[in-house]
Design a protein around this ligand. Structure first.
Ligand SMILES: Cc1cc2nc3c(=O)[nH]c(=O)nc-3n(C[C@H](O)[C@H](O)[C@H](O)COP(=O)(O)OP(=O)(O)OC[C@H]3O[C@@H](n4cnc5c(N)ncnc54)[C@H](O)[C@@H]3O)c2cc1C
Length: 368
């Protein structure tokens, strides 16, 4: 008997997924950032030890797994999933396949990143906190410091992020101190929601304070709105931490790229990670006055790309800058985060430049 825990992945995609662009984004993310899980599922379904596997959307809108075995022979497996269905839940479907594959293959296949992350999320903690103080870091980034008891929070000082849960209507709703991720998940299926949540990166923390940088955007986003009005004493539950930054043990040159949502992660990584001898960063911000230079200049070359009149998530200047960037000969690792479609285009660019999946992790932090 297989029990499937609906895993709250980091995916920005809200289910159900009934739009082909969303499916393309999801498939691209799995092929690029979770190729180990795709191979696990492919080995299970094909009953073979394949060299590689990829999810393909066929012309007649069917989902296939393309496998390549050690003799370079390619095969296609049709996945039993109707992409036209209005209630399609690809994420749950695929996680279900991962559970089934693991049950069958046991320790014959190394643990995948998704499985490790699920394990991590099962041990995540909820921290009750209140806003201590706020200040503007740039035109559209507000730093919010939360006070609470964070003695049990463990991080590697990289891109660790927390799920921030806030009351939807501060005038009417107060959170119990023990409000948990389970309470949040339960109310998601109910019509009337009392809280909202989204992922935010830990910029700095001590035993009794966490600082995060919230991008203020003019859409009626729940957390964006909350952050805009946040003031001393406002409540929040912080759940986590989790992390995606997992570079190879040895590399010389770290390449980081992000829009404003990824800047806290990139800055925390390059300030605290000492595994590299050189770091080049590419940050997309509104304009010159929105730059946030790093205090530790040592080894870090910062490139600031100004979006100017482009809408967030829609500009091409970051992509164009990366097109012109000459990659180091070898021994580099790329980590990037920002708007999902922009990141998909950047992944494609680096793939065309010959960067392998193991040399990069470029992920969507939000979706236009
Ligand atoms: C691992 C991880 C770490 C993250 N760390 C940070 C962080 O440190 N700081 C940070 O600000 N964000 C961070 N994000 C992104 C943040 O979670 C999203 O921007 C989230 O959508 C904000 O939720 P919301 O309730 O404000 O908007 P939603 O309800 O999700 O969206 C409402 C509308 O706002 C738009 N929107 C959402 N975010 C933005 C944006 N940034 N700019 C323009 N339009 C937007 C959407 O397109 C949509 O139209 C992170 C995301 C992940 C997955």
């Amino acid at each position: 008997m297989i029990t499937i825990i609906i895993y709250d992945s980091i995916s920005f995609i809200k289910l159900p997924m009934n739009d082909s662009k969303e499916i393309t984004l999801f498939v691209d993310n799995y092929n690029s950032n979770h190729s180990d899980a795709v191979l696990l599922v492919a080995n299970y379904l094909s009953k073979n030890h394949n060299l590689s596997a990829e999810i393909i959307i066929s012309k007649n809108k069917q989902l296939n797994l393309k496998t390549t075995n050690k003799n370079k022979k390619e095969e296609y497996l049709v996945l039993d999933l109707d992409l036209n269905s209005k209630t399609l839940d690809f994420k749950t479907f695929f996680i279900g396949l991962i559970y089934q594959a693991r049950e069958k293959l046991g320790s014959d296949f190394p643990k995948t990143k998704i499985e490790k992350d699920i394990e991590k999320s099962l041990h995540s903690l909820s921290f009750y906190s209140e806003v201590n103080e706020t200040k503007f870091i740039s035109k559209n980034i507000k730093e919010i410091s939360f006070r609470g008891d964070f003695r049990n929070l463990e991080t590697q000082n990289n891109d660790e992020f927390l799920f921030v849960i806030v009351p939807l209507d501060k005038r009417k709703t107060f959170l119990d101190k023990d409000y948990s991720m389970e309470d949040y998940r339960k109310q998601m299926s109910q019509e009337k929601k009392i809280t909202a949540g989204a992922y935010y990166t830990i910029r700095n923390f001590s035993q009794d304070e966490i600082k995060m940088w919230f991008v203020l955007h003019s859409h009626s986003g729940n957390l964006g709105n909350w952050a805009e009005k946040a003031k001393t004493g406002d409540q929040a539950i912080l759940w986590g931490p989790r992390s995606m930054f997992s570079p190879p043990k040895r590399f010389d040159h770290l390449i980081l790229l992000a829009d404003e949502t990824g800047i806290p992660a990139m800055k925390t990584i390059c300030e605290n990670n000492k595994n590299f001898s050189k770091c080049t960063t590419f940050y997309e911000v509104i304009d010159e006055s929105s730059q946030i230079p790093t205090s530790e200049k040592n080894k870090i070359l910062e490139n600031w790309i100004h979006r100017e009149d482009d809408e967030p998530g829609e500009g091409h200047k970051l992509l164009e800058t990366l097109k012109a960037f000459k990659l180091p000969e070898n021994n580099f690792y790329i980590f990037g985060a920002g708007e999902a479609r922009q990141m998909m285009k950047i992944r494609k660019l680096f793939k065309e430049k010959g960067v392998s999946k193991d040399q990069m992790h470029i992920t969507g932090y939000w979706k236009k």
